[in-house]
Design a protein around this ligand. Sequence first.
Ligand code: NAD
Length: 508
Amino acid sequence: MQTILEKLAIKPINFGTSTGLNAWASEGELLSSFSPVDNQLIAKVTQTTFEDYQQVITTAKSAFTTWRNIPAPRRGEIVRQMGEAFRVNKSELGKLVSYEMGKSLQEGLGEVQEIIDICDFAVGLSRQLYGLTMHSERPEHRMYEQYHPLGIVGIISAFNFPVAVWSWNAMLALVCGDVCVWKPSEKTPLTAIACQNIITAVLRNNQIPEGVSSIITGNYQVGEWLTADTRIPLISATGSTRMGKIVGATVATRMGKSLLELGGNNAIIITPNADLSIAIPAVVFGAVGTAGQRCTSTRRLIIHESIYETVKERLVKAYKQLRIGNPLDENNHVGPLIDTKAVEAYQSAIEAVKQEGGTMLVVSEVLYGEGYESGCYVKPCIAEVKPDFRIVKHETFAPILYLMSYSTVEEAIVIQNDVPQGLSSSIFTLDMREAELFLSVNGSDCGIANVNIGTSGAEIGGAFGGEKETGGGRESGSDAWKVYMRRQTNTINYGKQLPLAQGIKFNI
Ligand code: NAD
């Protein structure tokens, strides 16, 4: 791990909290990053002080005046170079993601691949920041709209996708002409510093002034400086619904814009017409992948009563084959939870299931002993529940799968929608009517609705996000870029008269 830290220019004690250039960062409190894999201290970084924070924002503001004047395709070229730099560093950064966050090596590498993919997407986008033209109702007038950058985009990110979520925001914001200030999760500061170091080298090679991309490290209080700061027109925050409610309210008070990507409580409906040979692996991957710590993890399974017993038996059998252990070992399916607090949340959710009358089909267990010294490894479990249990409406960030049965597809859709969250959903069916109903206005109320694929593993090309308590934001592909820009409608009169809109006469 030490050689990886060196290759990614992360020093054991890193004072580079501002822009990676270490120009002014003073000695703040230390933030320790422990690996949930083996509980080893990986490194310590300094928390950004309030004085450093002020300097970061002043520098970002000044960098914006340069960056916004660089033509968008040229900004795209710089983002293309960033994508190349991530290609070169993919293996090391992927390993660090896996070790610091605890997800499997394949998933760690997959996250870096997402950065590379969004860079490619952003390069193309840099020539496609289109506005519309409209026909004016007035003679000799022309009307059109254009998009201008906003300024500083504050990015607050969660521990579970420590680098990909930042890149979805940052790469689009950068081609749009914005500058970015990133506050990563205090649980995964090292992967963030590695990303900052990688793109700082590219920015320097292109003689771009300091401040186009900055990083500030620390806990929620550092995030609060961003959300309250009137110099930051857009806050993109990814994390729990609890955090999003606070951030959304603070940003709204100052009339800023917020993009919220919050918790999910994702369900799969399995109908009697499902192909179980693809449904079962999709459920298992969705429920235990990243140890149930994806915002899109499958948490609820709504199964038709006629196939309930069959699905249950096949799942119980599949769970027996799961190997739990060091995520860097590719033979293991399930790695650790992020910390022992997450283990406590797993245990109290199981308690709540039992208290409400649920039955454990695959029992829960916290693992100890050789290979499990960190105390963060838990057994993925399955519980039989009723849809109206309070715990079933709650997102527990752990590998707990709730099974429930239904008799009509309409009832299944009601169960699927009857939770406060609205991120991802899917139906497994070969019946066209069931699939189309699920996707229709009477179907899933989520931001993501899939047919014959699971709830997790979205592609960057689509807009990503969800409704209700998931926050309503959209990131990544499609036209998600528009949130990083301000729209301006322009009307030009090239005639010699001054006709007013709506035919209004005003004679003087
Ligand atoms: P969290 O809410 O504890 O922390 C997320 C980030 O918010 C951290 O950087 C934290 O320091 C910051 N923060 C917390 N309180 C804040 C405040 N009051 N003001 C400003 N910043 C504050 O979440 P977590 O445990 O890191 O991540 C897990 C959660 O994230 C889950 O609920 C998961 O569903 C969600 N998530 C959602 C998406 C999505 O796209 N919808 C993606 C990833 C994770």
